[in-house]
Design a binder for this molecule. Structure first.
Ligand code: ATP
Ligand code: MG
Length: 399
């Protein structure tokens, strides 16, 4: 919902705005570049203007809805409003409010909210004055359309908002939520282990939401995995790309088949844990190669036997790099809901490859030494080789 002729998107970014000056400037630049990249990726016209604690995307009224949706995909954005730009005078603002009321008002309870930015002396009216005058203009316009409008200042069904700057003012009717967080690219990168299941793409997305670019890594399990799994992983990663087209988050594939074959011979009880330690070693080696400073997984406490708190201790001990688990405390329904919002939810019933490797009675509280002793001797070498042989997936299933 927006005033007729709206051609500017007002973009708000909460957390970025409260950083120290130097850091804020860097984050704002990154947010500007990221928004620009999303617009370009979707062939949307618009110029991105940086102002104090706001971004303004000036575009054409014909594309205003798409542009608003696009910028609300950028990490760091708290909300965005499609707005009409007018002169910062009482008359121009009231005209715009009346137009908006005639065009969009539909009998709801309403309120007018006004905010002024810049020095006090910039406008010959106060925000309350603007709200009173605007409210009466909207009321009259609504009456002329045949309604009996009611003002509700506490909990209005429709809010006519005005933001007044020194040189211009903006009128808007809605706020669309963004993801919040920090602009991606403002943290050092992390390697995200992505299996193509429901969890791992959500973990990667949440990591980017806090500003860290991810290098998605899929471990090809050879005959325990398969082309279907890889394709699924490629597809989910493609979803992530939409949120950050300027991050190179193409899926990297490590050939883990040889290692997994060795692991298949490990005593049943410890097999899954050894397999997970193998993946972590591959991820750590890739991280070193690409300059990433940690590993991300879609694990959540107790979701599987390999994810008990005791087993997370055993698997985490395989590498020195920190392993980040953004889903640690989330339940499956919460994760699924998030995956649907992101668009990575895939209700494919294909079982993950590891199922074939999964024993009937896995250990849930194994002593760390026993795991180390159970590991095939050349596992470290196999992990290093797999990491050295990664390829970039291009979506071709025969590749
Ligand atoms: P997902 O967690 O993605 O839904 P899943 O629950 O079937 O898949 P688990 O066996 O629980 O996967 O694995 C836990 C985590 O280990 C995954 O979230 C992912 O980060 C990582 N992982 C599992 N299998 C692979 C793989 N083949 N390649 C890369 N990472 C993997
Ligand atoms: Mg999982």
């Amino acid at each position: 919902m927006h005033p007729p002729g709206a051609g500017t998107v007002l973009v708000r970014y909460g957390e970025v705005g409260i950083k120290s000056d130097q850091l804020r400037t860097r984050m704002e630049k990154q947010l500007q570049a990221n928004s620009r990249a999303i617009l370009d990726d979707r062939d949307l016209p618009g110029s991105v203007e940086q102002a104090y604690t706001r971004l303004y995307v000036h575009t054409t009224p014909a594309r205003i809805d798409e542009v608003t949706d696009a910028v609300t995909d950028a990490f760091g954005v708290v909300s965005a409003s499609p707005a009409l730009r007018v002169d910062p005078t009482m008359a121009a603002i009231c005209d715009a409010l009346a137009d908006a009321a005639r065009d969009q008002y539909d009998g709801q309870t309403f309120a007018v909210r006004a905010q002024r930015a810049g020095p006090q002396s910039a406008h010959p009216f106060s925000s309350p004055e603007l709200e009173r005058e605007g409210g009466s203009v909207v009321h009259t316009a609504a009456q002329e359309e045949g309604y009996e409008p009611t003002v509700d200042l506490d909990d209005p069904e429709m809010t006519f908002s005005v933001e007044c700057r020194q040189d211009d003012a903006y009128v808007f009717l809605e706020r669309r939520d963004g993801p919040g967080g920090l602009p991606v690219g403002t943290q050092k990168p992390l390697v995200a282990l992505v299996s193509g299941g429901i969890d791992s793409p959500v973990a990667a997305w949440l990591t980017m939401k806090r500003g860290a670019p991810v290098i998605p890594l899929y471990v090809d399990l050879g005959e325990y995995g398969g082309v279907d799994h890889r394709m699924r992983a490629i597809d989910t990663v493609e979803r992530l790309r939409r949120f950050a087209p300027n991050v190179d988050c193409r899926l990297r594939v490590a050939p883990g088949g040889e290692g997994i074959e060795q692991i298949a011979g490990v005593t049943e009880m410890y097999r899954m844990l050894v397999a997970r330690r193998f993946m972590f070693r591959i991820a750590a080696a890739v991280a070193e190669d690409v300059g990433a400073v940690g590993v991300v997984t879609g694990e959540s406490i107790g979701q599987k036997s390999s994810q008990t708190t005791a087993n997370l201790r055993v698997t985490s001990a395989a590498i020195d790099l920190p392993i980040h688990r953004p889903l640690l405390s989330m339940d499956k329904p919460e994760i699924t809901e998030r995956a649907k919002k992101i668009g990575s939810y895939d209700d494919s019933t294909i079982d993950a490859g590891c199922q074939q490797l999964a024993p009937e009675a896995p250990a849930t509280q194994p002593p760390l030494e026993r795991i180390g002793a159970a590991e095939p001797d050349d596992l470290a070498r196999l992990a290093a080789e797999a990491a050295a042989a990664i390829t970039v997936a291009d979506g071709d299933p025969s590749a």
